[in-house]
Design a protein around this ligand. Structure first.
Ligand code: PLP
Length: 439
């Protein structure tokens, strides 16, 4: 185990040996309630029979056939299902192995499209300060997470970051959500004008911000304004739903609740639900056709894209979410989780905000509720909360502290869609104990 180097503090980690429902068990038989699906991955829990059976069945047929030579039944079936439930105008699917790959592909597709339609001057990507789009160099460059970017700054393509739509921190006293949403979107208009509209390729954003901000949805008609601004300037809108998509917020795509359809959308995490590494980039036929009728094909590809086993897993996951009534369940249980969080932490002296949609919730930890003053990053609160939670037998996803110097620590919750009301109670109890110990 010591030779498997896989992350911060990995030396001290327990070994996961078994999963059942919403629980992970370690080598000592200790149970951990999975309150965050790791990082919003395990949307069906850890022992889903349908998904396991689908993977076994595909393995008995064929595990791998390179997409340079063959397509496969599960890949085609998954693409059809995703398109049938995708936002308006989205009708092509490109299957990959994860979220970062999906974002890389989205950026490259946008660039190739600009070339095919005779706009080679478009190369600039605008994103938001509170954002995470992945750890490969292109995705890392797009993201606004300062500490993740820092060491690699000289290797990153130039990108441009505007303020996010984050009403807890940025809405003025007395300003309506609508007015604030419009003002936040104006930052994109201003940045496009500053850079020169003919140079801007795409704007990328998470509809509900995950890892860097803790389940922050937009305010008012923010995304409708963003859509209008992008359209007016010929800028592509890329929505990154790697974390918030796949039903996590109560609709299959999170952007449905914002009333917008992107030009390109990325998904991953919940698509494989942890049973297989898979991601996808979806786009409009308009974009793919421009390429097909131009240079002929999207100049991209990875050995494992469209992997049949992963596609079989994704296919079964999508069926479970859409056909087994899990979307209404996410909305229901999401309301229950929000109510439980408000009841337990609504008056907590160090919980400044409780937010999110569906089973994608965040609480923000502050030194002072009135001033929203965050804790000093040197306290490394997120590591302390994570450790205290694990000691309590809870997996949650605390982060923050150093992002952008303005947003403090938060705890992200993204439990499996099958979580019961009792387990929601257990989650909140354990989180409360963990905060007592860590703060
Ligand atoms: N985009 C978003 C919004 C994410 O939250 C993440 C991962 O946390 C990624 C992209 C990168 O996905 P992956 O870790 O699968 O490469």
């Amino acid at each position: 185990m010591a030779n498997h180097v896989f992350g911060r503090g990995s030396g001290a980690l327990p070994t996961a040996t078994r999963g059942e429902g919403c629980y992970i068990y370690d080598e000592a038989g200790r149970a951990y309630l999975d309150g965050s699906g790791g990082a919003a991955v395990s949307c069906l829990g850890h022992s889903d029979e349908t998904v396991r059976a689908a993977i076994h069945a595909q393995l008995d047929q064929i595990a791998f056939a390179h997409t340079g030579f063959f397509t496969s039944e599960p890949a085609e079936a998954l693409a059809d299902k995703l398109i049938a439930h995708a936002p308006d105008g989205i009708d092509r699917v490109y299957l990959l192995s994860g979220g970062s790959e999906a974002v890389e592909a989205a950026i490259k597709l946008a660039r190739q499209y600009a070339l095919e339609i005779g706009q080679p001057g478009r190369h600039r990507i605008i994103a938001r300060r509170q954002s995470y789009h992945g750890n490969t160099l292109g995705a890392l460059a797009a993201g606004g997470n300062a500490w993740r970017r820092e060491k690699y700054a000289p290797l990153l393509m130039e990108t441009y970051h505007i303020d996010p739509c984050f009403e807890y921190h940025h809405r003025h006293d007395g300003e309506s959500l609508e007015d604030y949403g419009q003002r936040a979107a104006q930052a994109l208009e201003d940045e496009i004008q500053r850079l020169g509209p003919e140079t801007v390729l795409a704007f990328i954003a998470e509809p509900v911000v995950g890892a860097t901000a803790g389940a922050v949805p937009s305010a008012g008609d923010y995304f409708k304004h963003i859509r209008e601004i992008c359209d007016r300037h010929g800028v592509l809108l890329i929505l990154d739903e790697v974390m918030c998509g796949m039903g996590r917020t109560g609709t299959f795509f999170a952007c449905e609740q914002d009333g917008v359809a992107p030009d390109i959308v990325t998904i991953a995490k919940g698509l494989g639900a942890g049973y297989a590494p898979i991601g996808a980039m979806l786009s409009s036929a308009r974009i793919f056709n421009a390429i097909a009728q131009g240079s002929g094909s999207f100049q991209h590809g990875h050995t494992y894209h469209g992997h049949p086993l992963a596609a079989a897993a994704g296919n079964a996951v999508v069926s479970r979410i859409l056909d087994d009534g899990l979307l209404p369940q996410v909305r229901d249980r999401g309301d229950a989780l929000e109510a439980a969080l408000r009841q337990r932490f609504g008056q907590h002296p160090h919980v400044g905000d409780i937010r999110g949609r569906g089973l994608f919730r965040g609480i923000e930890l502050v030194e002072d509720r009135d001033t929203k003053q965050s804790f000093d990053p040197s306290r490394k609160l997120n590591a302390k909360v994570k450790k205290a939670a694990m000691d309590e037998g809870l997996i949650c996803y605390p982060a923050g502290g150093t992002v952008d110097g303005r947003v403090g620590d938060h705890v992200l919750l993204a439990p499996p869609f099958i979580i019961s009301e009792d387990q929601i109670g257990e989650l909140v109890d354990k989180l409360s104990n963990a905060l007592d110990r860590a703060l």
